[in-house]
Design a protein around this ligand. Structure first.
Ligand code: GTP
Ligand code: MG
Length: 198
């Protein structure tokens, strides 16, 4: 898929505030600093599209971008980010869960996971929650350039093992690096294949 246009549409904290669900939608989520904004910018080949709307660690918003006038890309603040109070976090989690479970045009959720660290409970818990709610998702390992190939393989194997505790089958996954421009075509092909079923 070629990216011909990418524009920021709007930002809202709630499902109710989202644009009308008439186009296929893909959401990106992951812990703070995992590389969400960077990956989105690599995907759409813009230097700072994703940064225009997000205030890292502060925004409790669902940020919509419109790609090729035909599908929505959504940037979500991470689960478990630290800079807000417990009360704010709880209210954001309620909004986030409502968006993820009730957004009718949401075709796939990309969960970004740092490829350089051991499996994190917050990531595993989030994957389990998606599974319990029958929400389709794909794992995107980020920053793969930061580890040697051997270590990277070990980390991926460890993650599969940890998932294997609750999952019979590993969900689809894509290994990416913004620095090495790795995984862009694979991500776009994945999105295109799902759009074709819309
Ligand atoms: P928040 O908005 O705070 O939740 O962070 P984020 O998930 O959007 O992460 P962001 O894209 O801001 O990246 C965080 C840091 O990781 C930045 O310093 C990036 O330059 C760096 N980074 C992102 N992707 C990669 C990558 O593929 N390789 C390397 N080496 N660094 C990366
Ligand atoms: Mg960001």
């Amino acid at each position: 898929m070629d990216i011909k246009s990418a524009k920021f549409l709007q930002s809202t904290p709630t499902l109710k505030g989202c644009p009308s669900p008439e186009k296929p939608e893909f959401a990106f989520i992951g812990r703070s600093n995992v590389g969400k904004s960077s990956l989105i910018n690599m995907l759409v080949q813009r230097k700072s599209l994703a940064l225009t709307s997000s205030n890292p660690g502060k925004t409790k918003a669902i940020n919509h971008f419109e790609i090729n006038d035909s599908w929505y890309l959504v940037d979500l603040p991470g689960y478990g980010y630290a800079k807000i109070s417990q009360k704010e976090r709880n209210s954001w989690m309620v909004n986030l869960q409502e968006y993820l479970t009730k957004r009718e045009n949401l075709l796939n959720i990309f969960i970004l996971i740092d490829a350089n660290i051991p499996p994190q409970n917050s990531d595993l818990t989030f994957c389990d929650w998606l599974g319990e709610n029958s929400l389709p998702f794909c794992i995107v390992f980020t920053k793969s350039d930061k580890s040697k190939q051997h270590q990277l393989q070990l980390n991926l194997t460890e993650f599969h093992k940890s998932m294997g505790v609750t999952w019979e089958e590993m969900p689809p996954y894509i290994v990416t690096s913004v620095d090495k421009k790795l995984g862009r075509d694979e991500l776009l092909d994945y999105i295109q294949a799902i759009i074709a079923t819309w």
